[in-house]
Write a protein that binds this ligand. Structure first.
Ligand SMILES: [Zn+2]
Length: 108
């Protein structure tokens, strides 16, 4: 039994804010390039499809900006609906989630 073995048994830490920011910025970049791609494809795509794609990309961009703001003021990862912590697994899938699954379903 060594000190190292005991140390490795420590519980995993929460995702550091720095990592979260990088993920959010990556998500934002990919939405921005998605918007560029959609605009480039405008000639082939129908106007309706184009509107749906740009709408959803812009909505996600707005969510990402809000998540970055929450990261700034220290409320990131806290559900806007019930005020409890959003589970890390949910933030892993959806780093810009502003509500826990329960509140999201109630508001839908
Ligand atoms: Zn909630």
């Amino acid at each position: 039994m060594t000190i190292d073995a005991a140390r490795s048994a420590d519980p995993p830490e929460r995702t550091p804010a720095h990592d979260v920011r990088l993920r959010l910025e990556h998500e934002r970049d990919s939405r921005l390039s998605q918007l560029d791609a959609v605009e480039e494809a405008a000639d082939q795509a129908s106007a309706d499809l184009l509107a749906v794609q740009t709408d959803s990309a812009r909505r996600v961009l707005a969510e990402i900006d809000l998540a970055l703001a929450r990261l700034e003021n220290g409320t990131y990862g806290i559900c806007e609906g019930c005020g409890s912590a959003i589970p890390a697994e949910r933030l892993e899938i959806l780093p810009y989630a502003s509500r826990c699954v329960g509140c999201q379903q109630r508001s839908a």
